[in-house]
Design a protein around this ligand. Structure first.
Ligand SMILES: Cc1ncc(COP(=O)(O)O)c(C=O)c1O
Length: 497
């Protein structure tokens, strides 16, 4: 029986009418209506199955029966706020703490990644008595005002957005495209030195640093893996300035990186943040999140005298669900799966990189992998349109993938953690011909075009040709001809006649 309540066109109509237009939809040119999901698969209204490579929220698999049962049972028993004593809250806090270094021992339960990061900023400002925040280029930390301020990823969408004087943006520690690359003798120290200089400049202006906040691996910012040792050195500079370090694990936590439960642990046991924020995968789709910090930071927050109350944070249902998620991660060895399947997927993607010049870089850890598409491996010109084309073509193959990063040219793999080796092989097998079709088509081999064109009679150089590309229909429109001319894929055409 279909789980559809409305015809798809009606759903779309009502969505356009009643849902804020800034709430974007995947595949806006041909949206998918999903009516159910299980494990690593999603199903549309016609029962068509899609392999989900993007939903890191459905961490242990969509609608995992253990998680559903835990939530339903607790929902039928009691749900109330955290002002009453309840075992779920303390048992969950204890279980979560056991995954972290001992110093991170105090939890605050909230409801979304944004709430977690907003509270983290409050904790930091309260503890340090300072106001300023250092954030990374291309970072995204949430949708509330305090976080939009420190999310340069969002500022790209508003060209005239102005940074507040209390916000300082450090370079993204991206060793592929950033200012210090893999050939630099010590990119970790170089990027950390940039943070130190930023602090010095802030001090010269009389400002004081409350916190450095960063995702342990940048996600929206382009699946960036910081060089080892970066966070230790940044932490030293920030703490010397009287600030604290916040690790945003909203996307990358809970074993996704495979070798460690938390992505900040990739940097080594000698790096311990002062505050860690968690979200998305924590409740496998149930809205919940958490901030964990040290006893000192928590005590200072309490000493301010203001109660912290959160109506839904830490309610018995959320905690039952959180406990079930942790149980499933352990019971099904999903962290081990992330190591094995993540490595297999990376190997397959590396093999595709050797074959397809469009792939400039394959990077990541565990089941958090980025594939950066470039038009040219030397100039690293982002292959933005190509990335869009790839994800639309994969959608036709019933594979859900997205592209992100400041240039929207990084294919993001962050599937449910039950992803199998066969799923990895399927994605690679489908991606291969898509890349074959995409490289030459969108790369517009100018040398080939030139060779079929008669000698150019224009005085203007060839580079002035403007080309409009319609992604969905594979049509090129060449605008430097008298009448715009539409040509089909692979069709030989004459630019000037
Ligand atoms: C790294 C990171 N932090 C915080 C958030 C905000 O989480 P939420 O959307 O649950 O408020 C997001 C959301 O995408 C995120 O990617």
């Amino acid at each position: 029986m279909s789980a559809e309540k409305l015809d798809k066109s009606k759903t779309l109509f009502l969505r356009k009418k009643h849902v804020g237009p800034s709430c974007k939809i995947f595949f806006s040119q041909d949206p998918i209506k999903i009516v159910k999901a299980k494990g690593q698969y999603m199903y549309d209204e016609n029962g068509q199955r899609y392999l989900d490579c993007i939903n890191n929220v459905a961490h242990v698999g969509h609608c995992h029966p253990d998680v559903v049962q835990a939530g339903a049972e607790q929902m039928g028993t009691l749900n109330t706020n955290a002002r009453f004593l309840h075992d779920n809250l303390v048992l969950y806090a204890q279980r979560l703490q056991a995954t972290l270094p001992p110093a991170l021992s105090v939890c605050y339960f909230v409801n979304s990644g944004s709430e977690a990061n907003d509270l983290a900023l409050r904790l930091a400002r309260n503890f340090t008595g300072h106001d300023d925040i250092i954030t990374l280029e291309n970072a995204y930390h949430g949708h509330v005002s305090s976080l939009i301020d420190i999310s340069p990823y969002k500022h790209h969408q508003l060209p005239d957005a102005e940074l507040r004087p209390s916000v300082h943006v450090a370079p993204s520690p991206d060793v592929y495209r950033g200012r210090y690359r893999a050939d630099h003798p010590d990119p970790a120290a170089a990027y950390a030195d940039d943070v130190r200089e930023l602090i010095d400049r802030a001090h010269e202006k009389g400002r004081k640093i409350a916190a450095f906040i960063a995702e342990s691996l940048q996600s929206c910012g382009g699946q960036v893996v910081p060089p080892a040792g970066y966070f230790q050195q940044v932490a030293a500079h920030v703490r010397r300035a009287g600030g604290v370090v916040i690790a945003d694990e909203v996307q990358v936590g809970f074993g996704r990186v495979g070798s460690h439960f938390w992505a900040f642990q990739l940097q080594g046991a000698d790096f311990v943040p002062d505050i860690v924020t968690m979200g998305k995968p924590i409740g496998n789709g149930h809205p919940m999140s958490c901030v964990v910090t040290t006893a000192e930071v928590a005590q200072a927050f309490a000493s301010s005298g203001m109660e912290y109350f959160n109506t839904f944070g830490g309610n018995p249902v959320s905690c039952a669900i959180g406990l079930a998620v942790l149980d499933v991660i352990g019971k099904e060895d999903l962290q081990g799966n992330a190591v094995r399947v993540g490595q297999h997927l990376s190997d397959l993607l590396e093999a595709l990189k050797r074959k397809h010049p469009l792939i400039g870089d394959v990077r990541g850890r565990g089941l958090f992998i980025g594939v950066e598409l470039v038009k040219d491996r030397l100039t690293l010109t982002p292959a933005t349109a190509e990335a869009q084309e790839v994800i639309y073509k994969l959608k036709e193959e019933k594979i859900l993938l997205s592209a992100d990063g400041p240039h929207r040219n990084v294919l993001k793999f962050k599937p449910p953690m039950c992803f199998t080796p066969e799923d990895a092989e399927l994605v690679a097998a489908k991606l291969d011909p898509v890349l074959t079709g995409t490289g030459p088509l969108l790369g517009l081999k100018f040398s080939t075009v030139e060779s079929v064109a008669p000698p150019c009679r224009r005085s203007k150089p060839f580079a002035n040709i403007s080309i409009r590309l319609e992604m969905s229909s594979f049509v090129f429109e060449v605008a430097l001809v008298e009448k715009p001319q539409t040509i089909e894929t692979n069709q030989t055409f004459t630019l000037f006649d």
